[in-house]
Design a protein around this ligand. Structure first.
Ligand code: ATP
Ligand code: MG
Length: 342
């Protein structure tokens, strides 16, 4: 290339791009850095021009086309990502809006349900309450008639009236149960540290006094304490231990236990007996109002006890569940606030 002019080597187009800068370098003596693009071959160059001596300058150019393309591609991908982010943010905002609407609706429905529940409770309370008076009249006059008019009534008449009295007593029991159920949900909670062991020992003693000769081994763990409401826990334990006492009555010997579970369900309290037990397939009905898994002739009851227990335990922020097997006893577990079923 020596001895030839730059225009001859690089061509007119290249020189028309470089020459103005080269002239400036010659005029000012200051080096220049710049990027150029040649439409003819579509390539990009990074060039540096500086003076070698007053009469010669040097131009060094590096092909940066690949780098430029990579940068352009990165910018495109960035723009795409930006767009994707915007779409996602839009979707997130939509989900948040929907969630907020849903929460609002749940709040409204819960408030409606709570109001309806309160109304129902008040209604069932006053109905049960108002039903008592006429029922007492029916029972009272039937008994009076049985006592004073037995002769006139004859044997068949007395038998019929006997059944009226029995039905009135049963209805009175049902109403009492309904009232108690309603009271358990309506009464004010009084939170305190409750000594479950002591409550259970007193209840066990009273149960045993109803039939002192019954061989029942009571195993009540000591020191069982929990934050609860003493009156409500008294009702719950009376029902749980009462059930254990009742459903072991047909076994020659029995063992009734109050303790705290280890392993699965750890921390939960439990009342266990080795009595009649029940079929686990029916366990779903245990806590339903007026539902019983045993026949009235085998074990008397109205089927309200465990419904009461469930309401009490739930009010105290816990859970209750049962396990059993036919003729192998039953265990009712319950947690109180801050405990969990595992
Ligand atoms: N310890 C238990 N062993 C076997 N079955 C039980 C036990 N506890 C409850 N059950 C079953 O669950 C049913 C419901 O219990 P719940 O205490 O509600 O009613 P109840 O004892 O029959 O009547 P009530 O408690 O109203 O006098 C019982 O009828 C019985 O079939
Ligand atoms: Mg019961």
């Amino acid at each position: 290339m020596l001895g030839r002019r730059a225009r001859e080597v690089f061509g007119a187009e290249v020189m028309s791009i470089y020459l103005p800068t080269c002239r400036e370098v010659v005029a000012t003596g200051l080096p220049q850095h710049f990027e150029t693009h040649f439409p003819a071959n579509g390539r990009h160059y990074l060039s540096a021009v500086f003076l070698l001596d007053p009469e010669h300058y040097v131009n060094i150019s590096v092909d940066i086309t690949e780098r430029k393309l990579a940068v352009a591609q990165l910018e495109r991908r960035n723009a795409e990502l930006q767009q994707e982010i915007q779409v996602r943010q839009g979707m997130e905002a939509k989900v948040r809006r929907l969630n907020a609407q849903l929460e609002e609706r749940v709040r409204e429905r819960t408030a409606e349900l709570e109001a309806a529940n309160r109304e129902l409770e008040a209604f069932s309370y006053s109905v049960s309450h108002d039903l008592r008076a006429p029922l007492r009249v029916i029972g009272g006059f039937s008994r009076a008639l049985l006592e004073d008019g037995a002769e006139a009534l004859g044997a068949a008449g007395c038998a019929h009236l006997d059944r009226v009295c029995a039905a009135a007593r049963r209805m009175e029991q049902l109403i009492d149960d309904l009232l108690q159920l309603s009271l358990v949900t309506r009464c004010e909670l009084r939170r305190e540290e409750v000594d479950l062991s002591r409550l259970a020992r007193d209840i066990a003693q009273k149960l045993q006094e109803t039939e002192p000769g019954r061989p029942v081994e009571w195993c009540i763990a000591g020191g069982l304490r929990a934050p609860a409401d003493a009156r409500l826990m008294q009702v719950a334990l009376e029902n749980l231990l009462g059930n254990a006492w009742k459903f072991t009555a047909r076994h020659p010997q029995a063992r009734i236990e109050l303790g705290r579970a280890e392993g699965a369900g750890r921390g939960a309290f439990f009342v266990r007996d080795d009595g009649a037990g029940f079929d686990m397939a029916q366990a779903g009905k245990l806590f339903n109002t007026f539902q019983r898994l045993h026949r009235q002739e085998d074990f008397a009851g109205t089927g309200i006890g465990l419904a009461l227990v469930q309401r009490i335990i739930r009010r105290l922020g816990g859970e209750v569940w049962g396990e059993g097997a036919v003729e192998q006893g039953a265990t009712i577990y319950f947690t109180l606030a801050a405990q969990t079923k595992t």
